[in-house]
Design a protein around this ligand. Sequence first.
Ligand SMILES: O=P(O)(O)OC[C@H]1O[C@H](OP(=O)(O)OP(=O)(O)O)[C@H](O)[C@@H]1O
Ligand SMILES: O=c1cc[nH]c(=O)[nH]1
Length: 176
Amino acid sequence: MDIKAIILDEKAIQRATTRIANEIIERNKGTKNTVLVGIKTRGVPFAERLAEKIDEIEGDKVPVLTLDITLYRDDLTEINEQPIVNDEFHGDIKDKTIVLVDDVIYTGRTVRAALDALVDKGRPSKVQLAVLIDRGHRELPIRADYVGKNVPTSKSEIVSVNFKEIDGMDRVIIRD
Ligand SMILES: O=P(O)(O)OC[C@H]1O[C@H](OP(=O)(O)OP(=O)(O)O)[C@H](O)[C@@H]1O
Ligand SMILES: O=c1cc[nH]c(=O)[nH]1
């Protein structure tokens, strides 16, 4: 694995997380009716970190739910197979403000599948999207409301987000 660049280090991830947590609070004038929904795999620890930050800032414990979407797409190829959604989601989202959380947005297909899964579970009052990295190359008309960092990439590159909870370290790298 050739690391071409370290885009964010641990401190930078912390700063981006704090900023997004503040933006979520500001945009929604608090977080009273808010539920964070982390998209597996790394959307989940990111959502948990955002919830922790929101609690620190607002003293408000927002629920974190987990959405399990398994992609059968190899990010290195141009094959665009549809994500498979596994039904592991337990929580009431009716009339809630949902913030979908993922580590990376690329084609947008994962988020589209997550939106489909979500509306099957109930009718949220609104859905917003938070990502740590937007690497461009969208194939669907989907954009994030909260972005840690926009990273211009070529299609052949891969952005890897590493979180301590899963990978033993915090960093975001670009590799070939
Ligand atoms: O916008 P898209 O083109 O759908 O790509 C973004 C998705 O790709 C990554 O997931 P990955 O498939 O690597 O699964 P993982 O998170 O379980 O590792 C990332 O975590 C996003 O969920
Ligand atoms: O480069 C990419 C593309 C999709 N998802 C990732 O996590 N990285």
